[in-house]
Design a protein around this ligand. Structure first.
Ligand SMILES: Nc1ncnc2c1ncn2[C@@H]1O[C@H](COP(=O)(O)OP(=O)(O)OP(=O)(O)O)[C@@H](O)[C@H]1O
Ligand SMILES: O=P(O)(O)OC[C@H]1O[C@H](OP(=O)(O)OP(=O)(O)O)[C@H](O)[C@@H]1O
Length: 302
């Protein structure tokens, strides 16, 4: 492939490894963006759209999109803020994965109870901008100046080892399950930010001839994301109990109701949020539903 073969193509940046990579590939498959990635090659042409995928380090994607080097990308909300690209990229769609929290953590054995207790101490992090802004405000409130201000040290990884190595009094890092934090003998004392993966485009992208393709990709990915959040719930119920059941499963517009061969019984089918399904099934049983079945959705446009 040469540079000319990219001419006129939409460039779509995808994290090349790490936490977001696998789910991004699932989204591309769900959006029917086909490609063949050659071993060790980070740029590849789509086989069925006028676009090329660019596999980049997750933390570089906001700057590539913000500076207009690529048109579209998937990145954590956290790294957009860390790269200070929030005014240069537009967050088009929240993607409902890569959810975690940027938290201030200290050794469980320490006496630090809040970020203010750590002010003036040593904090190690890969998020020096966000940590710097957060502690900067606290330092200002406490009128700390010069050497007395909080010392933010950057490390590229293994942040959680910093306290036990004696390099830090506290750290700022991402937490999802909390396993990494607990394994390192740390606990969280404050949350700086909640984050998830987002689809981003360059703010300068408006009115480009690529806009229709961006809109189509956005709509396809939105469909895959919506499908992952929902299930189809189907059940049988006596017609007389339908009013209470449809309060439990109102559907997006309305539930689909079909007559059964058995007199006075109907089958109901309705889209519901996956996270509520257990409670919904409990409620449906209480109002007299039977034969409750739940199906995953592969894809949708809602
Ligand atoms: N434990 C986690 N659970 C969910 N999402 C996470 C988790 N850790 C990180 N993320 C999200 O994934 C993004 C990439 O994190 P990852 O740990 O893969 O980065 P990385 O290894 O530094 O990637 P790269 O080196 O390629 O930049 C983070 O910016 C965050 O948005
Ligand atoms: O709360 P948990 O579920 O344990 O997740 C938190 C860990 O996940 C991320 O690192 P990751 O495992 O992606 O690897 P990295 O440190 O190499 O970036 C993050 O930096 C934490 O170390």
């Amino acid at each position: 492939m040469n540079a000319e073969s990219l001419n006129g193509r939409l460039l779509f940046a995808i994290p090349k490894k790490g936490r977001l990579h696998d789910t991004c590939l699932e989204l591309l498959a769900g959006a029917d963006i086909r490609f063949r990635r050659h071993h060790r090659l980070d740029v590849c042409l789509s086989l069925n759209h006028n676009l090329a995928l660019v596999f980049l380090p997750a933390s570089d994607i906001p700057s590539f999109v913000g500076k207009g080097n690529v048109d579209l990308g998937i990145a954590g909300h956290d790294v957009i803020l860390e790269a200070e690209m929030q005014n240069y990229v537009e967050e088009v769609l929240r993607l409902n994965f890569g959810k975690c929290a940027l938290q201030i953590q200290v050794p469980e054995s320490s006496h630090y109870k809040s970020a203010a207790d750590l002010a003036g101490k040593r904090v190690v992090t890969s998020f020096e901008v966000l940590a710097g802004q957060y502690f900067g405000k606290i330092d200002d409130q406490l009128n700390l100046v010069g050497e007395n201000r909080t010392k933010i040290e950057y490390v590229g990884g293994s942040v959680e080892a910093a306290c036990s190595l004696g390099l830090a009094d506290g750290i700022v890092d991402l937490v999802e399950s909390g396993d990494t934090m607990r394994a390192a003998g740390l606990h969280a004392i404050e949350t700086i930010l909640l984050t998830e993966a987002v689809l981003i485009k360059s703010s300068a992208q408006k009115h480009s001839e690529l806009e229709p393709l961006i809109d189509m990709i956005t709509s396809r990915i939105a469909g895959v994301v919506a499908a992952s959040r929902h299930v189809i719930c189907q059940y049988n119920i006596p017609r007389s109990k339908l009013p209470s059941a449809t309060l439990v499963t109102p559907g997006r517009r309305a539930p689909t109701i079909s007559p059964l061969e058995e007199e006075n019984w109907v089958a109901v089918s309705s889209m519901v949020e996956k996270k509520n399904i257990a409670t919904i099934m409990d409620e449906l049983m209480k109002v007299g539903a039977e034969d409750i079945l739940v199906f995953n959705l592969d894809n949708c446009r809602v």
